[in-house]
Design a protein around this ligand. Structure first.
Ligand code: G3P
Length: 217
């Protein structure tokens, strides 16, 4: 499973990237706003730091404008994936930009039919939003499972990018269901290391090291 980090915070991306945990980055207008940075400037910095795909989202809602924005975004770096919303105009932009040879991430996906349309429009990535479905009492993981089945049934090569990941369990379940990629905030990725039995076991080892005076260096 590829790990994308869902943030526009350079320091957080760099820390995870140094550990080999970053296969790509996703941003959106809310994350750009949170960073307080100019979209072009910060996206350029992220692209220089990370080798994998960096999703940058259009601001327009009309297909022609989305295409124009997408063409400007891909000038930033070779690893830009243009992010477009899952609307009819977004699908038109997806088709045009992917026909041009650019990576496209179709975002705000909340149904299997939407994912089917995005795949047919040539999307490189489809972003089902798990957490936001959970928020309205619909199991977001069912959507990942449905899209996986449909894409496998017909051999679509659009990658399932599990998004709106809020918990470490979302990561495990997405991996079990065969999502190709997951994108999560840095805090969720770092929380994956935590286990109380690891802490407890280490405490015992440390006590024994002290009691026995064990030294290596
Ligand atoms: O990847 C999409 C993500 O940024 C949305 O997450 O937590 O705002 O639903 P959230």
């Amino acid at each position: 499973m590829k790990f994308f980090v869902d943030t526009a915070e350079i320091d957080a991306i760099a820390e995870l990237n140094d550990l080999g945990m970053v296969d790509g980055v996703t941003t959106n207008p809310s994350l750009i706003k949170k960073s307080g940075r100019d979209i072009i400037e910060v996206t350029k910095e992220i692209c220089a730091l990370v080798d994998g795909p960096v999703s940058a989202e259009v601001t327009a809602t009309d297909a022609d404008e989305m295409i124009a924005e997408g063409r400007k975004l891909v000038e930033i770096a070779q690893n830009i994936a243009v992010k477009v919303p899952l609307t009819w105009d977004g699908l038109k932009a997806c088709k045009a930009l992917s026909d041009d040879g650019h990576m496209v991430n179709v975002t705000l996906c909340f149904s299997a039919n939407q994912a089917l349309l995005a795949a047919k429009a040539g999307a490189t990535f489809i972003s089902p939003f798990i957490g936001r479905l959970d928020d309205i009492n619909i199991d977001g993981m069912d959507l990942i499972a449905d899209i996986r089945t449909i894409y496998d049934n017909y051999g679509f090569d659009t990658q399932i990018l599990a998004a709106s990941i809020r918990t470490v369990n979302h990561v495990t379940q997405s991996a079990l269901l065969g999502a190709d990629v997951m994108t999560a905030p840095p805090g969720v990725i770092k929380s994956m290391v935590n286990h109380p039995l690891t802490d407890k076991g280490l405490d015992t080892f440390l006590a024994d090291i002290k009691a026995a005076g064990i030294k290596i260096l």
